[in-house]
Design a protein around this ligand. Structure first.
Ligand code: ADP
Ligand code: MG
Length: 172
């Protein structure tokens, strides 16, 4: 698998091309045909996610994990700024990312309910309790359904086989 090198110049190019998707905890930027970059606002969240994805990847239940990187952006935070006193507080903010193997989206008509249930069980066996394996959180790598979202809201590390999340059974 070919992993690209991270660079801020490269990142700006990809963002300008509009090749990003926003989730709740992570922004995904398509980098090359087979590689994407997952970007988080917290180092802890990035590391947690990369660690669980790494376990899944070793077991062919998630995309492979590449190099980690970090970069800074000028960040403005405000609810409302109708006057200069409320103007956004601008500051440099660090963002944390890692490269991941890209997963294709299952086709719209492709029903994945059974495979997602199967995937959930397999993740369990390797110590990942996932409670949010909906259609946006799975993808296809080499035609095989894998989990692509390992953030702390969706899943936690558990003892292999142990059920931690009792309501992890809603599939639509
Ligand atoms: N490895 C990947 N391959 C392809 N698309 C991805 C990958 N990881 C994330 N995405 C895309 O980015 C979106 C948000 O990423 P995700 O990890 O689900 O973040 P969040 O935890 O914020 O939901 C996903 O719904 C998907 O469209
Ligand atoms: Mg998601």
């Amino acid at each position: 698998m070919y992993w690209p090198k991270f660079s801020e110049a490269g990142l700006i190019k990809k963002i300008r091309k509009g090749r990003s998707r926003n989730g709740v905890t992570c922004t995904y930027i398509k980098w090359t045909k087979h590689v994407g970059l997952k970007v988080f606002t917290s180092k802890w969240a990035r590391d947690q996610c990369a660690k669980l994805q790494g376990i899944a990847a070793e077991n062919k239940l998630g995309p492979k994990v590449g190099e980690k990187a970090q970069f800074e952006v000028l960040w403005g935070e405000t609810d409302d700024w109708d006057s200069f006193e409320n103007a956004p507080q601008m500051r440099m903010k660090k963002l944390y990312c890692y490269f991941t193997e890209h997963a294709d989206r299952p086709r719209k008509y492709q029903r994945t309910g059974k495979k997602r249930r199967d995937l959930e069980c397999k993740l369990h066996r390797v110590g990942i309790d996932h409670n949010d394996l909906h259609t946006e959180n799975v993808g296809l790598v080499n035609g095989k359904l894998v989990c692509i979202d390992f953030d702390y809201v969706s899943c936690i590390k558990c003892k292999p086989g142990e059920k931690v999340n009792p309501d992890a059974d809603s599939y639509s």
